[in-house]
Design a protein around this ligand. Structure first.
Ligand code: PHE
Length: 344
């Protein structure tokens, strides 16, 4: 019996040593120390032993059980540690790996230009005013000194919704609305950005819908020189400190006198394809607010004067970024838009 027990023990220890994982080890525990295991079997045979041998065997059985149990416990500690090591190895994060880049969208060039112009004028004390895109004929034309049937209405071919309602052709109606709100008291100092609509056939330089920013200043002693100085600051900020402006006489029904404003070309006056050899590029329309417009909006034109200007962001962006077709702004080709990302 003693030999049987010793064999059992060495057999068990061998298996414990060879156990590869915790499950195998547990199977060994159940097999050797469980109720139906061989050690229990040996115990059952104790009845046949003599009274002297019984305590000796009993003690031996206990030693064998304990040895096996200890061996299992030790092995269990080893296997558990190994399992944790393995888990850790699997879950290792290499913090030195470069992250996967997140794609960040780019601001649309027109938004960028609009915000740049807004910032510039806000810095000069202007506030931003907005108004409806579906506008009344009164605000879009009549209050701007363009009565019904006036030939100058043809300058801005219009999408009419009803005879009195239209898609605004410029953001000047926002200026009228703002002046009205002032109840005849100055100063007014606003810029009006927004979408405008004209019945044009789309091509490289025309679009039936485009964006505009117009500016308006009304106050006492506002003069043409104020307009010129303001636009000079604008041109230098938008296109570069070395640029100059020049004013050419023009006509708008809502301003008198009216001017067309050119910026000196980036070629430095030598003449290139952008300025068509002239050294100057037309960028906006402007003028002194017509007394009729001031009066219709409730201002005393003997006390108040003002200047106004208007430009299209598309044209500014095309000149600034060298874009050759206005349709690029609206066709949303990612290859075009990505070029305006500040993140790549
Ligand atoms: N409203 C004019 C246009 O869209 C631009 C402009 C604004 C001209 C203010 C002069 C003064 O054509």
């Amino acid at each position: 019996m003693e030999q049987q027990l010793n064999e059992l023990q060495s057999q068990a220890l061998e298996k414990i040593a060879a156990a590869a994982d915790l499950k195998e080890l547990n199977d060994i525990r159940v097999a050797y120390l469980g109720k139906k295991g061989p050690v229990t079997e040996v115990l059952k045979g104790m009845g046949k032993l003599s009274a002297e041998e019984r305590p000796k065997m009993g003690a031996l059985v206990n030693v064998v059980r304990e040895t096996i149990a200890n061996a299992i416990e030790e092995k269990q500690t080893v296997l558990e540690a190994a399992a944790i090591e393995q888990q850790l190895a699997l879950e290792t994060v290499d913090v030195t790996l470069p992250g996967s880049p997140v794609k960040i969208g780019a601001q649309h060039p027109l938004t960028r230009i609009t915000e740049e112009i807004e910032d510039l004028f806000i810095g000069m004390g202007y506030t931003v005013a907005e108004g409806p895109e579906v506008e009344q004929d009164y605000y879009n034309f009549e209050a701007l000194n363009l009565p019904k049937g006036h030939p100058a209405r043809d300058m801005q071919d219009t999408f009419y919704i009803t005879p009195e309602l239209l898609m605004r052709t410029h953001t000047s109606p926002v200026q009228v609305r703002t002046m009205q709100k002032h109840g005849g008291r100055g100063p007014v100092k606003i810029i009006c950005p927004g979408k405008v609509y004209r019945r044009d056939s789309d091509d490289a330089t025309h679009s039936h819908q485009f964006t505009q920013i117009e500016g308006l200043v009304v106050g006492e002693n506002i003069r043409m020189s104020d307009l010129k100085g303001t636009l000079d600051v604008f041109a230098k900020k938008m296109f570069g400190a070395d640029r100059e402006i020049r004013l050419r006489p023009s006509f708008f029904p809502f301003t008198e006198p009216s001017v067309e404003v050119d910026v000196s070309c980036m070629c430095g006056g030598k003449g290139c394809s952008i300025c068509k050899g002239t050294g100057w590029i037309e960028v906006l329309g402007a003028g002194m607010v017509h007394p009729n417009v001031l009066e219709m909006a409730g201002f005393d034109s003997t006390k108040y004067t003002g200047f106004a200007f208007g430009m299209g962001q598309e044209r500014i962006a095309m000149l600034k970024y060298g874009i050759d077709d206005i349709r690029h702004f609206y066709t949303n080709d990612l290859r075009f838009l990505k070029q305006f990302s500040v993140h790549e």
